[in-house]
Design a protein around this ligand. Structure first.
Ligand SMILES: Nc1ncnc2c1ncn2[C@@H]1O[C@H](COP(=O)(O)OP(=O)(O)OP(=O)(O)O)[C@@H](O)[C@H]1O
Length: 259
């Protein structure tokens, strides 16, 4: 499915990114089918965040191209790009002392005319995003006083308020308890947006993703549907972990073997 480049909203085509001549990601391509959820897997330091940063325009590829609606993303204004693509990074820090509402409202900026304050549409989008993420009662709380999991949910709410066509999430379940992990992935799937998410949990990836991409050392190891990608051989070679992988009518399940 990632070969269906023509229909992808956001596409990476043979992108590489290096720092001081050290290749961090090399020749990666990804063209998610609209409305699908793609999981980017790989060990720590394998280049997942870098790929997401390149795809969201925070890093310029050293070679290759990022395309939005088939056009080179470098030719698209940041505002227009952000009205289509929302990115939730792993750790978001702020020097200010904003409220939860202030943070979620940031998602509306790409939709506003220059210098305009919040409009009724913005207030509605913020209220909807807060309700969907169960934060309605927290809107006036200071962001800095929230727990790690609550902050994560606020960042997701900010991205939802952006009403994007593509949601790019870097380890979105980090900090979340199991209930919130399941709720969050079901929620983002239910938005209808195309989702690209870096994930560590192989079972969550198997449950929620349509397509997986596995990286090691910044290069593609394998890609395809979870049932094809998640094998004991792949887990042993990429993560150095022995695992049993079972398949039944509910999907793929990975059980790690101690030792
Ligand atoms: N600006 C930079 N300068 C130097 N090295 C960098 C820079 N950005 C990334 N790297 C290195 O590139 C490699 C890939 O980093 P990246 O954050 O993309 O990995 P990741 O797969 O997201 O890791 P994790 O699972 O730990 O979040 C790491 O070794 C990292 O130290």
């Amino acid at each position: 499915m990632t070969d269906s480049a023509e229909s992808a909203v956001l596409e990476a085509r043979n992108v590489s990114w290096s720092v001081r001549d050290r290749p961090i990601i090399t020749d990666l391509s990804l063209a998610p089918k609209p409305g699908s959820m793609v999981g980017v897997l790989g060990p720590n330091g394998s280049g997942k965040s870098t790929l997401l940063r390149v795809m969201t325009g925070l890093r310029s590829p050293s070679s290759g191209q990022v395309l939005l609606d088939g056009a080179d993303a470098r030719r698209i204004s940041r505002k227009r790009f952000s009205s289509r693509v929302a990115f939730v990074e792993q750790e978001v820090s702020t020097d200010q002392n904003p409220t939860v509402r202030d943070v979620i409202e940031l998602g509306r900026i790409p939709h506003r005319a220059a210098w305009s304050g919040p409009l009724p549409d913005d207030d509605e989008a913020v209220a909807r995003a807060a309700a969907t993420t169960n934060l309605t009662g927290r809107l006036d709380q200071r962001y800095g006083t929230l727990s790690g999991g609550e902050r994560q949910r606020v960042q997701i709410a900010r991205a939802l308020a952006q009403e994007p066509d593509v949601l790019v999430l870097d380890e979105p379940t980090n900090h979340l308890d199991i209930r919130h992990q399941l709720d969050l992935l079901a929620l983002v799937r239910g938005t209808g947006a195309t989702v690209i998410a870096a994930l560590h949990d192989l079972n969550l990836a198997a449950t929620y993703c349509d397509h997986l991409l596995v990286l090691a050392g910044g290069r593609l190891v394998t890609s395809g549907p979870p049932a094809e990608v998640l094998t004991a051989e792949m887990i042993a070679s990429v993560y150095g972990v022995s695992a049993e992988v079972s398949r039944d009518e509910r999907g793929v399940h990975v059980r790690y073997l101690a030792g």
